[in-house]
Design a protein around this ligand. Structure first.
Ligand SMILES: NC(=O)c1ccc[n+]([C@@H]2O[C@H](COP(=O)([O-])OP(=O)(O)OC[C@H]3O[C@@H](n4cnc5c(N)ncnc54)[C@H](O)[C@@H]3O)[C@@H](O)[C@H]2O)c1
Length: 255
């Protein structure tokens, strides 16, 4: 029997990159998957990849930085699937540079709205369904930038650090109700977000590879498999944890 057979999962930002890989791995493990994204074409692409795996795959257009949309979408998914067991708050945006003195209000608010407030909305909507159910697993996608600073990314780092603390607050509140919250802090993953930053000259992939002891970028499917583990009964005592998956990038001095 597959580890997540009969479970219903919801993944945000599931139209591309890590979110898409997470949706695929959850489906491979036997879960039905609600694919959430802003981008309709991207959700269709992910649904195509779920064909043959997901018990049921459905897509929903939702901007996670809009609390009303999140409440409506989570409720719609729970109604359509009959329940909600796993929520993965993954949607994110990348703003790299400029330094603090030149960071605009718009860039600050966009990052915080999607990656901090959006995660809060996703957690709150999940808890409202899972606490009455007496079970559930929430996995929040943070980043090594939640604890390893990066000049030029004040809002990104702030949002990702907040995700780690919000995960712990949730774990303490929810554990008595049988609901778990854990976080994952990926290092550099090969996704459209990374490829766009490289194409825009923000990062030099060759130089970055020299910094990663593992000598390669992360495979998004590995993050997906970690989400499967954290959402399975094997992780039933894991609550409030953050797992780093970075090829040892943050285990060596960088300077
Ligand atoms: N790629 C990396 O190296 C890396 C490393 C650490 C953490 N992360 C985190 O992983 C998550 C996914 O990153 P990725 O590299 O796959 O990004 P990506 O840009 O490749 O994909 C992000 C997806 O999120 C969707 N999205 C963006 N804003 C949204 C919103 N407001 N509502 C709903 N959907 C929205 C986009 O349409 C897109 O499909 C992000 O939270 C990111 O910060 C990525």
């Amino acid at each position: 029997m597959s580890v997540l057979e009969g479970k219903v999962a919801l993944v945000t930002g599931a139209g591309a990159g890590l979110g898409q890989a997470i949706a695929v791995q959850l489906a491979k493990a036997g879960a039905s998957v609600a694919v959430i994204d802003l981008n309709e074409g991207a959700t269709r692409e992910t649904l195509d990849k779920l064909e043959g795996f997901a018990m049921v795959g459905r897509s929903y257009l939702c901007d996670v930085s809009d609390g009303a949309q999140v409440d409506e979408t989570w409720a719609a998914a729970a109604k359509d699937f009959g329940r909600l067991d796993i929520v993965v708050n993954n949607a994110g945006v990348s703003f790299v540079g400029p330094l603090i003195i030149d960071t605009t209000d718009a860039a600050w608010h966009k990052s915080i709205n999607v990656m901090q407030t959006g995660v809060f909305y996703g957690m709150r909507a999940a808890a409202r369904l899972m606490i009455p159910q007496g079970s559930g697993s929430v996995v929040n996608i943070s980043s090594i930038r939640g604890f390893s600073p990066n000049p030029g990314r004040i809002a990104y780092c702030a949002a990702k650090a907040a995700v780690l603390m919000m995960t712990k607050v949730a774990a303490g509140e929810w554990a008595p109700h049988g609901v778990r919250a854990n976080a994952i802090a990926p290092g550099v993953q090969k996704t459209p977000m990374w490829d766009t930053d490289v194409a825009n000259g923000i990062f030099d992939e060759g130089e970055f590879l020299k910094l990663i002891p593992a000598g390669k970028l992360g495979d998004p499917n590995d993050v997906g498999e970690l989400v499967v583990y954290l959402s399975s009964d094997a992780a039933k005592y894991m609550n409030g944890s953050c797992i780093t998956i970075d090829g040892a990038l943050t285990s060596v001095p960088l300077g």
